[in-house]
Write a protein of this length. Structure first.
Length: 302
C-alpha cells in the first residue's frame, strides 16, 4: 500500500502482461467517464507543482468517532498553491480528513485525533492551538451553500470584523475585492444590503467562497462544493478554483472523477478509512499503482 509522499514517483517502464491489461482497463475506464483529457499540463509541470513545499502535512493520523476508528494511519502532504482532489466511495473518510485539517471536529463531543497535522511548523492537533486563528487561516466551504441570514455585504464582512479592525473604506474594498475574485461582484453590486439567502444556489456557493477568502486564509478546504449545483454553476466554481490556486492551497473532496481530473494537480484515493494511493492527476487516472484504485476509476465498485 502506498500512502503520502511515498505514493508519488514514476511508473515502472516495463509492466507484466497482467499489469498491462489492468492499465488498459484503467485508460478505457478513464475515457468512459470523460477524463481522458486529464493531462492538461505537461507531466513535468504537474511534478514541479507537487514538489513545492507542503502548506500542510499529515503524518500518521488516526481519527475516532467515539470508539469507531474512522481514519487509519493517514500520511499525506498538500503542496502549496496546488489543488489536491480526494476521491473514494461514500463513508471512506474524505470529509472526515477535511474536518481534521481545521479542527472542525472539536465542535462535536467524543471525537478525537492522534498523530500530526503540520501547518506553519506547528502540530495543529496539539493542545493550546488557537482554533479561531486556525480556522481563519484554514477555511472551509461546505457541500451545501451556507450563507449567513444577513446581507450579502455582512456575509463577507463577518469574518473580517471577527479577526481585524479595519476602516469602513477598507472594509468596502475588501468586500468588493472578494466578490470580484469569485466573479460575483457584477451580479450583486447593486444589492449588497439585500439578504444573501435570496441568491441562487450557485451564487450562494460563490458567496461562501468569497466569505472564506475575505479573511485571507492560506488553505481552503472544499467538501463537495458543487454537488448541489447545476452544470453552469459547477463550471464557474471549477474555473474559480483554477484561478485561486495561484494564491491558495486547495483541498477538494469530490465524488465526480471528471471534476477531480479537471481541477486537481494531485489526487488521493481513500477506501474504508485508509489512504490507498496518492499521485499526480495524470498518473492516477492513467497508471494507478493499486488494484483498488483501478477498480474505483473503472467503475467496478464504489
Amino acid at each position: 500500500m502506498n500512502t503520502g509522499v511515498q505514493a508519488t514517483g514514476s511508473t515502472q517502464a516495463s509492466l507484466s502482461g497482467s499489469q498491462e491489461s489492468g492499465q488498459a482497463a484503467v485508460r478505457s475506464g478513464a475515457e468512459a467517464v470523460g477524463v481522458a483529457q486529464v493531462a492538461t499540463l505537461p507531466m513535468s509541470e504537474h511534478d514541479e507543482q507537487l514538489a513545492r513545499p507542503a502548506a500542510m502535512e499529515v503524518r500518521g493520523l488516526n481519527f475516532y468517532y467515539g470508539t469507531s476508528h474512522a481514519l487509519h494511519d493517514i500520511s499525506i502532504r498538500f503542496p502549496e498553491r496546488s489543488v489536491t482532489g480526494m476521491i473514494g466511495p461514500s463513508g471512506c473518510g474524505k470529509s472526515t480528513l477535511l474536518r481534521v485539517l481545521n479542527r472542525m471536529y472539536d465542535l462535536y463531543p467524543g471525537q478525537r485525533a492522534t498523530g500530526e497535522v503540520l501547518f506553519d511548523n506547528q502540530n495543529i492537533l496539539a493542545p493550546g492551538v488557537n482554533l479561531n486563528v486556525l480556522r481563519s487561516r484554514v477555511g472551509m466551504v461546505f457541500q451545501k451553500p451556507t450563507p449567513f441570514p444577513m446581507s450579502i455585504y455582512d456575509n463577507i464582512a463577518f469574518g473580517i470584523r471577527l479577526h481585524e479592525r479595519v476602516s469602513r473604506s477598507e472594509m468596502d474594498g475588501r468586500v468588493e475585492d472578494s466578490l470580484r475574485r469569485v466573479a460575483l461582484w457584477s451580479e450583486v453590486q447593486n444589492r449588497l444590503h439585500s439578504s444573501a439567502t435570496a441568491l441562487s444556489g450557485g451564487q450562494q456557493q460563490r458567496l461562501c467562497i468569497a466569505r472564506t477568502i475575505a479573511v485571507r486564509p492560506e488553505v481552503i478546504l472544499l467538501d463537495e462544493p458543487t454537488s448541489a449545483l447545476d452544470p453552469v454553476s459547477t463550471a464557474r466554481i471549477e474555473e474559480l478554483l483554477d484561478e485561486l490556486k495561484g494564491e491558495f492551497t486547495i483541498a477538494i473532496v469530490t465524488h465526480n472523477m471528471q471534476q477531480a481530473a479537471r481541477c486537481a494537480d494531485q489526487v488521493a484515493f481513500f477506501y474504508m478509512g485508509r489512504l490507498v494511493e496518492v499521485d499526480s492527476t495524470p498518473r492516477m487516472f492513467t497508471a494507478p499503482r493499486e488494484k483498488q484504485t483501478q477498480d474505483y476509476i473503472t467503475g467496478r465498485f464504489g
